[in-house]
Design a protein around this ligand. Structure first.
Ligand code: SF4
Length: 288
């Protein structure tokens, strides 16, 4: 199923996305809508709870980035981008600390969509139903990427995880402000193609470095892509073709750059040293 087919149905986008999902899963539209409501509520609740909180993560490679960003007065970012960045970092750190998160599309990229939703709610006065409809559009974007490519870092690299999260968040923002499916697709295409080729290289195999900070960056790519779409900028390459390109790029990535923790940043001297130090600490703790 291509996104352009959903767009050509001629009914409101959230309705058509849920109708198609019902046709595929057999789950009634009302139930699907309630499921989306629950996910959105958990995201917003956790954004509120974890906002700027320090976390004790599994490997301890991260944990205070959300807190640092929250207590920093932004010099360049808008209030909206700053808030979205704090949420993205905080929830990614909560994920690394085994906190409650909604995989969106994965745990590693869980901060991006809640980042923009929380900022819409807090700073733009977004109402529940408008937010939910925009979230369903984001879900439709993620669904199309999953169907036609992949959302797994182990298969397609970080472009598949973080790129999808940025595409979803940019479509969410654009749909919220315009209710235009075409503009939302343009935003998603711009966001995804800006992350094409991004490799998956978690240090030591822990979803901490570079994953947490990538959430903070991806949320800003989503905001920039949405702003461009709002300005009337279109993606020369349509969304569905960007997805196909992402899939091809993912397949051509070597295994070392697909969540094995063997290449990219994970293979740097510093990464090797901190992983070695961690193992020594774990070993001596086991002996005590
Ligand atoms: S680097 Fe890999 S593990 Fe980390 S967020 Fe990206 S895809 Fe997920």
């Amino acid at each position: 199923m291509k996104f352009k087919e959903i767009l050509s149905a001629g009914v409101p986008l959230p309705e058509e996305i849920l109708r198609r999902e019902m046709a595929e899963s057999g789950v009634p539209v009302e139930l699907l809508r309630r499921e989306m409501q629950k996910l959105m509520e958990v995201m917003l609740e956790e954004a509120e709870k974890q906002y700027g909180k320090r976390q004790k993560t599994l490997a301890g490679f991260t944990g205070d980035n959300g807190s640092k960003m929250a207590s920093h007065d932004a010099v360049m970012l808008s209030e909206f981008s700053h808030m979205a960045t704090v949420v993205a970092l905080s929830l990614a750190e909560s994920n690394a600390a085994m906190g409650r998160v909604v995989a969106c599309p994965t745990g590693g990229a869980c901060g991006v969509v809640p980042g923009v939703m929380y900022a819409l709610k807090k700073l733009k006065g977004a109402q529940y139903d408008e937010l939910l409809n925009s979230f369903i559009v984001a879900g439709g974007i993620g669904w199309c990427i999953e169907k036609n490519a992949t959302i797994a870092g182990a298969e397609g690299g970080c472009q598949a995880e973080m790129g999808t999260a940025a595409a979803m968040a940019s479509a969410l923002l654009t749909y919220y402000f315009t209710e235009s499916g075409e503009k939302a697709a343009n935003a998603a295409a711009i966001a995804l193609k800006s992350m094409l080729g991004l490799v998956c290289d978690p240090v030591g195999g822990y979803v901490e470095v570079p994953c947490v900070k990538r959430n903070g960056i991806a949320v800003n790519i989503a905001i920039s892509a949405a702003e461009m779409a709002l300005a009337g900028i279109e993606s020369v390459i349509p969304f569905d073709e960007v997805v196909e390109a992402m899939h091809r790029v993912g397949k051509s990535l070597p295994e070392s750059l697909r969540e094995t923790g063997l290449g990219g940043l994970a293979a740097t001297p510093t990464a090797r040293k901190i992983v070695k130090d961690l193992k020594l600490r774990q070993h001596s703790a086991e002996k005590q």
